[in-house]
Design a protein. Structure first.
Length: 96
């Protein structure tokens, strides 16, 4: 049995608003959120597989590599592990 003191909510405060570029399109995020989180919230595509089907993160903790993209010129970066910050440039095409 749990008591009221056993459960607590995490902080609901979000960081400052920032804008990142995903394949040339501006995507709004909050500082401290991951790039993958911002992309998911905005509905930005991650990549398509060889059949053309869309892909997206499965684990959101760096294990599955479904979220990799080129981040600020670094290819094969797991976007679920990278905090968003103002002016970042993310490119999703050409991964496969």
């Amino acid at each position: 049995m749990t008591t009221d003191t056993a459960w607590r909510r995490t902080a609901q405060e979000r960081g400052d608003a920032v804008t990142i570029s995903v394949d040339g399109d501006p995507v709004r995020a909050c500082s401290g959120e991951t790039v993958a989180t911002a992309m998911l919230a905005e509905g930005a595509a991650f990549e398509r597989d060889r059949t053309g089907a869309p892909r997206a993160p499965l684990c959101n903790m760096g294990t599955c590599f479904e979220c990799v993209a080129t981040v600020d010129g670094r290819p094969l970066t797991r976007t679920c592990l990278v905090p968003a910050r103002e002016g970042m440039v993310i490119e999703t095409s050409g991964r496969l």
